[in-house]
Design a protein around this ligand. Structure first.
Ligand code: HEM
Length: 157
């Protein structure tokens, strides 16, 4: 092929490599996680904002406490967190690879993206599974509004 002829659109641009094709699995991951995220996010919005009797006004600390007391919603939220952050991180990697031409800057930015993703995935997972409405993180009982259901529940512990 000379410089002034275009290759056929689907012609392989290099000899196929052996081993796992991460770029292909990344492409598949974006599609599969996208479909799952539609279900997870739409249900999340319905359950939190639309279905409660007072709609969006029902959303407060006690509401979140109630949800985080059930493994079902804990896993729902953690799945959403993992899928969305890895999806967003991989999407950012694609954008950086498309626009940043300097190899060192590109590698640094992609590394920063994955470090932030790892930090948020691990931190978020820790928060969801260790959440305790009666604990303020300094070893003291959390000060809930006197007379509230949460204040009574924490006092009874
Ligand atoms: C709600 C369901 C979602 C669906 C169906 C979806 C679907 C997709 C698909 C199919 C792609 C690949 C596009 C391509 O390769 O040309 C993509 C890219 C991307 N997604 Fe999502 N996504 C969803 C949610 C999210 C969320 C929650 C985030 C952020 C955390 C996000 C951030 C991105 C980014 C940054 C890209 C890269 C864009 C690009 O390549 O130009 N997406 N999305």
């Amino acid at each position: 092929m000379t410089a002034d002829t275009l290759a056929a659109p689907r012609a392989p641009h290099r000899a196929p490599r052996k081993g796992v094709n991460l770029e292909k699995w990344g492409w598949i991951y974006m599609r599969v996680s996208g479909v799952l995220l539609v279900v997870l996010i739409l249900t999340h919005l319905m359950v939190n904002l639309v279905l409660p009797e007072n709609g969006v006004h029902a959303l407060n600390f006690a509401f979140v406490t109630g949800k985080f007391s059930t493994p079902f919603w804990q896993w729902w939220d953690v799945l959403m967190l993992w899928l969305a952050l890895i999806h967003g991180g991989n999407g950012m990697r694609t954008i950086i690879n498309d626009y940043v031409h300097n190899q060192k800057v590109r590698t640094t930015l992609v590394a920063v993206v994955w470090i932030v993703v790892a930090f948020m995935v691990l931190g978020g997972t820790w928060v969801v599974f260790s959440f305790d409405p009666c604990f303020d993180g300094l070893g003291n009982p959390f000060q809930h509004e006197a007379g509230s259901m949460l204040a009574e529940m924490c006092a009874a512990q």
